[in-house]
Design a protein around this ligand. Structure first.
Ligand code: NAP
Length: 243
């Protein structure tokens, strides 16, 4: 059976590193992006130059009709999906809970939580012979991100619980559901939170005394998707230098 994977938010950061690694390992990859077509096209070009197969599909995964279109496109262009990496996520400007609006909280929850549910639903319904899903959460789910983005941390708490519940729900169908929890990885996400240099600011507090690289997260995602993890489901790998 050919391995066909969707990586949501595959145009940048952890998603781009994961897309490239999985393509190297022989997966046909759908690189989803929301706005950044040029970066998604760069990822596709790099994969194709190395002899791999990939397509880029624009979709806002917080919107149900976009998710359905995304999966229908994969069906037509690559075939039946066998693996899913739920990775697309946002964090918004650092602020205390006392200042947060409903609009902000809902944006974080629909992008970071609703999208994961919708993509899981569409993937599971296409995995009659089993499959594997990795959800990208964050160590924020246990640290809480006080004074920065508790809404984001809470959204990742929901993903941890989704992983536990869904893994139990679909285990008898041969579908494995696992989770990685990165922390303090050098990507553009921290600029979206209003502090591009955040990883360097906090790195002295990380036991391994440095920030992480997207490739280091991609390696754990690839492991959990692979047959090397064939008896692993409902499990978490923290990738945060000991934090
Ligand atoms: P990033 O560099 O900011 O990239 C985010 C990706 O998500 C981009 O490809 C972006 O697409 C996409 N995206 C955002 N909203 C989307 C939507 N509604 N629909 C489709 N795609 C959307 O982020 P990252 O740091 O690699 O983070 C990836 C994942 O790791 C996230 O779930 C994040 O919470 C988690 N994480 C990151 C860190 C860290 O330190 N960086 C730590 C813990 C967890 P466009 O390029 O088109 O905008």
């Amino acid at each position: 059976m050919n391995s066909i994977v969707l990586v949501t938010g595959g145009s940048r950061g952890i998603g781009a590193a994961t897309s490239k690694l999985l393509a190297k390992q022989g997966y046909a990859v759908c690189v989803n992006y929301m706005t950044n077509k040029a970066e998604a096209d760069n990822v596709i070009a790099e994969i194709e130059e190395a002899g791999g197969t990939a397509i880029a599909v624009q979709a806002d995964v917080s919107k149900e009709h976009d998710v359905i279109r995304l999966f229908n496109t994969i069906d037509k262009s690559l075939g039946n999906i066998t693996h899913l990496v739920n990775n697309a996520g946002v964090l918004l400007t650092q602020m205390r809970v006392a200042e947060m609006t409903a609009e902000r909280i809902n944006k974080v929850l629909t992008t970071n939580v609703t999208s994961y549910f919708l993509c899981c639903r569409e993937a599971i319904n296409r995995m009659p012979k089993g499959g594997a899903i990795v959800n990208v959460s964050s160590v924020a789910s246990r640290l809480g991100s006080a004074g920065e983005y508790v809404d984001y941390a809470a959204s990742k708490g929901a993903i941890d619980t989704l992983t536990i519940g869904l893994s139990l729900e679909v285990a008898s169908q041969g579908i494995r559901v696992n989770c990685v929890r990165p922390g303090f990885i050098y990507t553009d996400m921290h600029a979206d939170g209003g502090e591009p240099d955040r990883v360097n600011r906090v790195k002295a507090l990380i036991p391994l005394q440095r920030g992480g690289k997207p490739d280091e997260v991609a390696a754990s995602i690839a492991f959990l998707l692979s047959n090397d993890a064939s008896f692993i489901t409902g499990t978490f790998i923290d990738i945060a230098g000991g934090k």
